[in-house]
Ligand binder design. Structure first.
Ligand code: HEC
Ligand SMILES: [Cu+2]
Length: 356
């Protein structure tokens, strides 16, 4: 699978400069404020598809860079060597027409270069798109919504949102994650630069992609296709975990939400308000009457580090602010501000805080 392996350390300072120049272009700058800013550089691949894409880019860059150096070098050489001099006699130099050899050379060489570029690109595309799905692959269906991500783990029978968890994949014994990409509304694009190239989520046209992160950790990305007002706050967070951590995360996600007996008075009140208002038309909490699918599944809301697709850290104050005035955090988000009293918002927030 691995193809065109380049040794980054040898590419030296030229690559360093490229990295610096390209870093502002390389996607989401960071997670929410206060989050350790994790790199989104395409020059630090941590998964096979991202690795092959970087290899291909460096290969194309090497060929086009060489062409540039040769052409620019000849141009500068001629401009300097044949510049007008003070003692020029002003006569035209000898004019030479037609040279089969030269014309053949500048036709055949570019054609060959284009064929090589085409074939290498086709090979990388094939290696990524037609990769075989091993039996131990994790499968997740990703649904793009304005402006958040739904993750359906059908294998394990639960749904979550905004924070994708996948197992780490040992290159010697790969356990990749295959993603089926769907959209509930308009075009979105799944892009976690260190893990894979962009793949669009298009209504009524399922796409697929896959990742096999080699190192545990948090990988950031963002919707890379303009999808509406809050497109810029449709961030991606991929948590790559060891197999054991991933398994225990899955177990926790499969649990139902807490029952009233486990809550204090205020939270139980909040639950009653939640179940009696429009919240349940848009949100699901497993084990309750709430089964809406328009907004994120809230069953394990408190297991997430952020809310509103990575827009802000998941703190009690942010949660309270979000449910009272979503527009304060994401203007134009598709969650309406509900008209409830301050006490009711406090109770609702207390209930949400029990959803571990
Ligand atoms: C019309 C549908 C709708 C209603 C009604 C609604 N929400 Fe939402 N909610 C959404 C959408 C859509 C989002 C995702 C917004 C985004 O990230 O852009 C959301 C996000 C949230 C989040 C953040 C979840 C996360 O993980 O990011 C919480 C918490 C939440 N809603 C709670 C509530 C509560 C409590 C109520 C009732 C007072 C409520 N919602 C009513 C649609 C709705
Ligand atoms: Cu989007």
């Amino acid at each position: 699978m691995r193809f065109l392996k380049f040794d980054n350390s040898k590419a030296g300072w030229a690559l360093q400069i490229l990295v610096v120049l390209a870093s502002p272009l390389s996607g989401a700058s960071a997670g929410p404020p206060g989050d350790p800013s994790t790199s989104t550089s395409i020059f630090r691949p941590a998964s096979t598809p991202a690795d092959s894409i970087l290899g291909l880019s460096l290969f194309v860059f090497a060929i086009t860079g060489t062409i540039f150096l040769i052409v620019a070098g000849l141009l500068i050489y001629s401009a300097v060597k044949f510049r007008r001099r003070r003692n020029d006699d002003g006569r035209e130099p000898a004019q030479i027409y037609g040279s089969n050899q030269l014309e053949l050379a500048w036709t055949v060489i570019p054609v060959l270069i284009v064929v090589v570029l085409f074939l290498t690109a086709a090979r990388v595309i094939h290696a990524i798109q037609d990769a075989r799905k091993p039996a131990n692959a994790t499968e997740v269906t990703v649904v793009g919504h304005q402006f958040w991500w739904e993750y359906r783990y059908s294998q394990f029978d639960f749904v979550t949102a905004n924070e994708l968890h996948v197992p780490v994949s040992d290159p010697k014994d790969p356990s990749p994650t295959f993603l089926t990409l769907l959209s509930a509304d308009t075009d979105h694009s799944f892009w976690v630069p260190r893990l894979a190239g962009k793949t669009d989520l298009i209504p009524n046209h399922p796409n697929t992609t896959w990742i096999d992160p080699h190192e545990a950790g948090l990988y950031l990305g963002q919707c890379a296709q303009y999808c509406g007002t809050q497109h810029a706050k449709m961030l991606l967070r991929v948590y790559v975990q060891t197999r054991a951590d991933f398994d225990s995360w899955v177990k926790a996600q499969q649990q139902s939400s807490p029952v009233n007996a486990q809550m204090d008075q205020e939270a139980a009140e909040g639950k009653r308000i939640f179940e009696g208002t429009a919240c349940i038309n848009c949100h699901a909490v497993r084990g309750t009457v709430a089964n809406g699918r328009f907004g994120p599944d809230l069953t394990h809301l408190m297991s997430r580090d952020t809310i509103a697709a990575g827009a802000v850290p998941n703190t009690p104050a942010n949660l309270r602010l979000w449910i009272q005035t979503p527009d304060a955090i994401k203007p134009g988000s598709l969650m309406p501000a509900m008209n409830l009293s301050d006490e009711d918002f406090d109770r609702l927030a207390a209930y949400l805080l029990t959803l571990h």
